[in-house]
Design a protein around this ligand. Structure first.
Ligand SMILES: *[C@@H]1O[C@H](CO)[C@@H](O)[C@H](O)[C@H]1NC(C)=O
Length: 370
């Protein structure tokens, strides 16, 4: 009797909520709904305008306090999961986000690593997979959850997917603080009811709510009535944390097209200031083998010039075995590198990193990217 009486107040002394730093970087989620929603518009489509009703200072800058208030009044449940702090490093349509912004975000995350339990990044969907790949590689070994999300419709619009994506993301980011105490140690994208490894995910649909998929790797978790974790697929960080803040962006993707001669299409890449090529071959690593078709002579010259060439495939899934074909084998013998399949997003950024840090091997994973 006495025990049970005591138990009540003890239970009420709840543990402090996990501290989550939310970085709002722009995108559809924070866009202004009122002025941009034209349900009866001429073409019957939704038109969006950048902005966040009431979150702007008179000078036009987004105010973090107002933005957080907006977020918490639209999704009050978030308060129950986490002690949220919000920063706005930049407010950009993600088509404008690139290497300078990736490095800026990586530095903010690095500076705050010890001060928060988890990180949430709100980002436009178009280049979210690139940013996720970049952060995972720049911050290899970070060990704390970094969950990225966004939405297909602004938070303040009816039928928006923003609310659910935000709640799902915070649930995943703070998963360690509730049973079964899952330890998420990686950069992940949470979207449309799934948590995916950031450097394995791709935007696969421009308008449905399931806009992201991870074709070559199972989802880390599926969020339905329950949150089902795929425990064995979570990244287990063993190495030391080693942040890096440089990328050599002189990288291009080259798809092999039947009938296209790379000598005329791409020519002398060194003269064009290219330092790395992700070569997108056929199938398991095949390419036109006859010298007159241009690919092998062009590759030989390119590799000789000191340009790093990484072999990947035009197939979205399945393994790479360039050694199985004469042309693939010839390319490897010339010094073209290959490893297991990466998404194109992860492959170009891994190449950017390896060019800046030649000690990092291209074909060996540093953040579960292959
Ligand atoms: C876990 O991974 C398997 C593939 O190995 C997949 O079929 C399944 O849907 C995943 N489960 C969840 C809960 O995401």
């Amino acid at each position: 009797m006495l025990l049970s009486l005591l138990a009540v107040p003890l239970l009420m002394v709840s543990r402090p909520l996990p501290r989550v730093l939310c970085l709002h970087t722009g995108g559809t989620l924070g866009m202004d709904a009122e002025q941009s929603y034209e349900p009866d518009g001429v073409d019957g489509h939704v038109h969006l305008k950048p902005g966040t009703g009431g979150s702007f200072s008179p000078a036009g800058a987004l105010r973090p306090g107002a933005m957080l208030n907006n977020l918490l009044s639209a999704v009050p449940e978030l308060r129950a999961y986490a002690n949220l702090r919000l920063e706005i490093p930049f407010n950009l349509d993600s088509c404008r986000v690139g290497p300078p912004e990736w490095v800026k975000l990586a530095k903010i995350l690095h500076r705050n690593r010890d001060h928060y339990d988890a990180f949430l990044i709100v980002h436009g969907t178009d280049t979210m997979a690139y940013t996720a790949s970049a952060l995972s590689l720049l911050l290899a070994g970070f060990k704390k959850p970094i969950v990225m999300t966004g939405s297909q419709l602004p938070l303040s619009m009816p039928r928006s997917d923003a609310r659910q994506n935000l709640i799902d993301s915070v649930t995943c980011a703070t998963s360690f603080f509730a049973p079964p105490h899952t330890q998420l140690q990686e950069v992940a994208i949470c979207f449309g009811g799934r948590l995916m490894r950031g450097n394995r995910a791709q935007k696969v649909h421009s308008s449905t709510y399931r806009a992201f998929d991870s074709i070559n790797y199972p989802p880390l978790a599926t969020l339905g009535v329950d949150v089902d974790w795929n425990m064995s697929y979570l990244l287990k960080v063993k190495g030391v944390y080693r942040p890096r803040f440089n990328l050599d962006t002189r990288v291009i993707r080259v798809p092999i097209i039947p009938g296209c001669d790379p000598r005329t299409a791409y020519g002398d890449l060194k003269a064009r200031n290219v330092r790395g090529v992700v070569l997108e071959s056929f199938g398991v690593g095949n390419m036109p083998d006859l010298p007159r078709l241009g690919w092998l002579p062009w590759l030989k010259k390119t590799v000789k010039q000191g340009i790093k060439v990484y072999l990947s495939s035009q197939c979205a899934s399945g393994p790479l075995h360039p050694e199985l074909y004469k042309s693939g084998k010839a390319a490897m013998d010339m010094g073209v590198e290959a490893g297991p399949q990466m998404t194109p997003e992860a492959a170009v950024i891994k190449l950017m990193l390896c060019l800046a840090y030649p000690d990092i091997p291209l074909g060996v994973p540093i953040a579960g990217e292959l």
